[in-house]
Ligand binder design. Structure first.
Ligand SMILES: Nc1ncnc2c1ncn2[C@@H]1O[C@H](COP(=O)(O)OP(=O)(O)OP(=O)(O)O)[C@@H](O)[C@H]1O
Ligand SMILES: CC(=O)N[C@H]1[C@@H]2OC[C@@H](O2)[C@@H](O)[C@@H]1O[C@H](C)C(=O)O
Length: 402
């Protein structure tokens, strides 16, 4: 028998596993690396986050990814080369983290690699006549990670979700459900990344079929793009200060919100393929605001992100929702965005996932470690059976180091 298969069977039977979760999201800020000790599996999963860091992407790395990122037409040669190069580069980044943390690769059981999403194509968004299906593409082939680090690697989690009828995202529901459900409280886990999404968790032990996660629209993606255009030396609106100095423009805001995505049923997904600079420019043309100053533009876009979240929350929970909302992702550091959310959802209580013992910046990388733990030691995670597009599946593909 293949000795790696034997090793994997041993891993599956251990009481705990040490798993490195990797996530590089739509913001292209870097590779999130979470070294996790995961005890048990399924609803008995318990997390110890041993280390966490974000390895920043260099300007060159971002430039290379942007050659294909969210673009409907690209060079096939470039895409092929980038797939291998990202796998190898992520492998080098993981090896450097392990060296810095003084952890031997042999002391790590698994890597869980999300890869870099370069194109997300739910059917409602692409509507290509030849392909009536959902699709999504993550680059950074995991065989490179496995060979470079010597660690068995689980990757490409989204394809099973698509194959079983989902849109390939958000996958957060599965990890949130296993790690963060509480018998005492209904919860909303709100991640403010490039794209914003939330997971609904009923009280643990009740109504698991009502668990779901959905994208709500842009989180930081249009804010970041606007900052890059008007303030070339800045990467983002640090602490929301620029937006706080501006005033939201009602006409532009209404035009930005005038898209069928915001009316369509939950759960749903989207990406920078739709919410792009071109989307913003068209909205500015239509609302006669092309000359709006950058601070006012950022104030409007901050409102846009907050209203996208608030609309989806109301769509799911009625006009005056009263929920506990736990925020994670880079947007959790933006007080202007958080203040807008509080204004639009006045009945809700807000905290970060830190209040639940989970570092807000690490949440998504941890999520993929949990999915890999389930792929090896668990069973398909069945939760949203009452809803379409939340299939009960086991996700991830396995790469051997040799
Ligand atoms: N101090 C801060 N003030 C304001 N915004 C911040 C701050 N720190 C981070 N951000 C925002 O968070 C972004 C990074 O967020 P995050 O790493 O959660 O995104 P991501 O994982 O790439 O996105 P996604 O979840 O959509 O894949 C930055 O690009 C920036 O817009
Ligand atoms: C296709 C893709 O990579 N989607 C990401 C993206 O970033 C946020 C949002 O859009 C979410 O749908 C998803 O990531 C998280 C980790 C998820 O699947 O839950």
């Amino acid at each position: 028998m293949n000795p790696y298969l034997v090793r994997l069977a041993q891993l599956a039977q251990q009481p705990s596993r040490r798993v490195i979760g990797l996530m590089s999201g739509t913001s292209l800020d870097g590779l999130d690396v979470a070294l996790c000790r995961l005890h048990g599996h399924g609803l008995a999963t318990r997390l110890e986050l041993e280390e966490f860091t974000t390895v920043p992407y260099s300007a060159d790395m971002r430039h290379r990814i942007r050659q294909v990122f969210a673009r409907p037409q690209v060079s096939l040669e470039y895409l092929t080369l980038l797939h291998a190069w990202l796998g190898r580069t992520h492998g080098t980044m993981v090896a450097a983290c392990l060296e810095q943390w003084q952890v031997a690769p042999a002391a790590v059981d698994l890597i869980a690699s999300h890869g870099q999403t370069v194109y997300h194509a739910p059917h409602h968004q692409h509507q290509h006549p030849d392909f009536p299906l959902n699709a999504t593409l993550q680059l950074g082939d995991a065989d490179h990670l496995a060979v470079h680090t010597g660690i068995i690697t689980v990757s490409d989690f989204r394809q099973k979700h698509v194959a079983a009828g989902g849109e390939g995202a958000p996958l957060a529901a599965y990890g949130d459900y296993l790690l963060l459900s509480s018998p005492d409280e209904e919860r909303l886990l709100l991640n403010l990344g490039g794209i914003a999404n939330f997971t609904y968790l009923p009280r643990a032990g009740q109504d698991a079929h009502t668990v779901f996660s959905t994208d709500t629209g842009p989180g930081n993606t249009l804010l970041d793009a606007t900052v890059r255009t008007h303030f070339p030396t800045l990467a983002y609106d640090a602490n929301g200060q620029l937006a706080a100095a501006g005033r939201a423009h009602a006409g532009l805001l209404a035009t930005l919100l005038n898209h069928p995505f915001f009316e369509s049923n939950l759960p749903k997904t989207t990406g920078p393929e739709l919410f792009s600079v071109a989307y913003l420019q068209q909205a500015q043309q239509r609302s006669a605001t092309p000359a709006l100053g950058p601070e006012d533009l950022l104030a409007t876009l901050t409102e846009f992100s907050a209203l996208g979240v608030a609309r989806a929350v109301r769509q799911a929970f009625g006009a005056q929702p009263k929920l506990s909302i736990y925020v994670s992702g880079g947007g959790a550091h933006n007080p202007t965005l958080l203040a807008a959310l509080r204004r639009h959802l006045p009945g809700c209580r807000f905290a970060t996932t830190q209040a639940l013992g989970l570092l807000p910046d690490a949440k998504e990388a941890v999520l993929f470690a949990v999915l890999a733990n389930e792929a090896v030691a668990g069973t398909p995670i069945s939760l949203g059976s009452g809803r379409q597009r939340v299939p009960g599946v086991s996700m991830g593909k396995i790469s051997w180091p040799g």
